[in-house]
Ligand binder design. Structure first.
Ligand code: DX5
Ligand code: ZN
Length: 219
């Protein structure tokens, strides 16, 4: 499977967002990861549809919008109108997950479900045919710069096996949190295909080289 790298803008300088986007786009990023936090589902507040709209006008890369919010159904149409290409909702915030996924798909974008580190794969077993991607959190959502939780690695493997058994090889597995050159190898080996990285990329001296190293085309 082709590996995609999605820099998380959470680690960028928000006052210089257009410039920051340019550096990772020129540096070979595949997607831009946009972290939306509401101060309820997670203890932090970031950005809403206005900012997504502004980001969209500065990039040709697909926007991978990670909704860490309660009642996502209320806001999904606005985020799609603002330019989201992939929308991830948290299973922990979706009592009517199947309905939420149909809503995302009805708007013509890719539907994804995110799982917190402790949430078992069995939570999404009955919706796997309705998904384009699964986002496995490798930190507790809310903040950038946290340490990778190694217990999630067997979960990546378990999900890849479940997808293979159901002939769903086109479904991406995205990992998010604490991804750097070392942990990238572990998650790719376990079956992840989209790697989100915030601090590793934005704090790197050479962002293009870091993106290549995380993707693995740089040895
Ligand atoms: C955490 C966010 C992540 C975060 C990753 O809640 O979902 O996307 O930006 O940051 P790093 O790569 O620094 O762990
Ligand atoms: Zn994220």
């Amino acid at each position: 499977m082709m590996i995609k790298v999605a820099p998380s803008l959470l680690a960028a300088d928000f006052a210089e967002l257009a410039k920051e986007i340019r550096t990772v786009e020129d540096g070979g990023a595949d997607w831009l990861h946009v972290d939306v936090m509401d101060g309820h589902f997670v203890p932090n507040i970031t950005m809403g549809p206005f900012v997504v709209d502004a980001i969209k006008s500065h990039t040709r890369l697909p926007l991978d919008v990670h909704l860490m919010i309660e009642e996502p159904d209320r806001y999904i149409p606005e985020f799609v109108a603002a330019g989201a290409d992939v929308v991830s909702v948290h299973v922990e915030a979706c009592p009517h997950l199947h309905r939420t996924l149909q809503l995302i798909k009805s708007l013509g974008v890719k539907a994804s479900v995110a799982l917190n580190p402790h949430t078992p794969i069995s939570m999404i077993q009955h919706v796997i045919n309705d998904l384009d991607m699964v986002l496995l959190m490798t930190v507790n959502p809310g903040f950038g710069g946290q340490k990778f939780i190694h217990h999630v690695v067997p979960k990546i493997r378990e999900l890849r096996t479940l997808l293979d058994e159901n002939h769903l090889t086109h479904v991406d597995i995205e990992v998010d949190g604490g991804i750097n050159v070392e942990t990238a190898d572990l998650v790719k080996e376990a079956g992840a295909s989209v790697l989100v990285a915030g601090s590793a990329i934005f704090k790197a001296e050479d962002r293009a080289q870091m993106i290549r190293q995380i993707r693995g085309s740089d040895g």
